[in-house]
Design a protein around this ligand. Structure first.
Ligand SMILES: O=P(O)(O)O[C@@H]1C[C@H](O)[C@@H](CO)O1
Length: 304
């Protein structure tokens, strides 16, 4: 363990009672999805600014604290939740982005549930659906922006990490069983592939079409670096994406040439209104659906 890891861990432990010092599971809360803190018992918040090595999130909808507490029935499972994450587009290095995952692993976490807000590329996955991620497509990784690039993190961790089993089948089974026990409609959950893009721009229509054609169901600006670090650290991983918007992929481009020609000949074209996506819309859907997402997370953790 490097000095920095040790300093982070001792700052965290100094803030916690003995029964919360070894959380078994971790949750990363995506945009607008920090509500899990309301259902944790005996919560202790440790602000990121008090933890050496942690950055601060600058994105609306991301608080900057670790929440430790118990989740689930009876005594509950000790957990740690990241209320807010770091994205590379904020200017954080990839190693800062994944640093909290490494710290949570060193605290003893064995399972991690990573949540995010994402745009749908798949017409059969509407807004409000929770997508259980089964695979990912990481455009930045393929282009040389992989958080595991560089000197080996530790000689105890694998140099060449296989990713064919990145998304735990055990945890994915548990979430579908949880949805059944919670009597959610079948359509509440879907399975799919997450495309990671760097952001902070949302996709152009051409980019959206490209990602769909190469097999992605949803797209977002986070999560994959955390998955890689968590797998490297030996954690079991599940990712739940809340679909907050459709990626705007019009069937046809509105032709400005045709518009001008119609205008010049005195005709009026009936045009669909232009659509865009905004972070406010993303947060609004998060507020509406976070409750269901958190019930699923609680139920999965309860059955670990
Ligand atoms: O942290 P997540 O992935 O939930 O946040 C998504 C991606 C961008 O940060 C933001 C765009 O609205 O929401």
């Amino acid at each position: 363990m490097t000095t920095s890891f040790a300093a982070s861990i001792s700052a965290i432990k100094a803030a916690l009672p003995a029964n919360l010092q070894c959380p078994r599971a971790a949750i990363i809360c995506g945009s607008g999805l920090s509500g899990i803190v309301d259902v944790l018992r005996d919560v202790v918040l440790v602000p990121y600014q008090d933890i050496p090595g942690f950055s601060t999130s600058t994105v609306p909808g991301h608080k900057s604290a670790l929440a430790f507490g118990f989740l689930g029935s009876h005594e509950g499972v000790p957990v740690v939740a990241m209320l807010g994450r770091f994205h590379p587009y904020e200017g954080h290095s990839l190693s800062s982005v994944v640093y909290p995952v490494r710290i949570m692993a060193k605290l003893g976490v064995k399972h991690i549930i990573i949540t995010n807000a994402a745009g749908s590329l798949n017409p059969s996955i509407p807004v409000g659906t929770i997508v259980v991620i089964q695979d990912h497509l990481a455009i930045p990784n393929l282009a040389g922006m992989n958080p595991l690039l560089g000197p080996q993190t530790s000689p105890d961790l694998p140099r060449f990490l296989p990713l064919s089993d990145a998304y735990s089948t055990t945890l994915r089974r548990l979430v579908f069983l949880a949805a059944h026990h919670l009597q959610l409609e079948d359509s509440a959950l879907a399975e799919g592939t997450y495309a990671w893009v760097s952001g902070p721009t949302y996709e152009t229509p051409a980019e959206g079409r490209f990602l769909r054609r190469v097999g992605a169901d949803v797209v977002g600006m986070s999560t994959v670096p955390e998955v890689l670090a968590a797998r490297e650290e030996g954690l079991e991983v599940m990712v739940l994406s809340l679909v907050t918007n459709f990626v705007v992929i019009p069937d046809t481009y509105r032709s400005i040439r045709e518009e001008v020609a119609a205008e010049l000949s005195g005709k009026k074209l009936e045009l669909p209104p232009a659509q865009t996506v905004s972070h406010e819309e993303v947060l609004a859907i998060g507020r509406e659906k976070a409750g269901v997402l958190m019930k699923l997370v609680e139920s999965v953790i309860n059955s670990l």
